[in-house]
Design a protein around this ligand. Sequence first.
Ligand code: ZN
Length: 133
Amino acid sequence: MDKIEHIGIAVKNLEESNQLFTKLLGKGPYKIEEVASEGVRTSFFEVGGVKIELLEATSDDSPIAKFIEKKGEGVHHLAFAVENAKTSIETHKKNGFTMINQEPKEGADNKMIAFLHPKSTNGVLVELCQEKK
Ligand code: ZN
């Protein structure tokens, strides 16, 4: 794992949260993007080389909708930059972690991603994040 690439935060209303985080961070999002396959709309802020990803559900069966229903708004996942998502998945499996995604899939912000199951990481949803080449 390299650095923390971004921190994902589940929000109910992306417009309201964009305003809130713009006020908090002193600058606006550099990108707003819908990821239809994930049922989310996202916005990205950048602070000192680390990104903050706000996630809003676009449908009731989106993972973000389910998360907010269970836990409310708040920190949803930590994403770590990896050189190669595919080999990183294999390494984590070998080391006894449970993967939600067995193969890298298309994520927001030009990334290939895969999630580790939070039951194998102390309740923290961990995302592996590879820059698409
Ligand atoms: Zn993410």
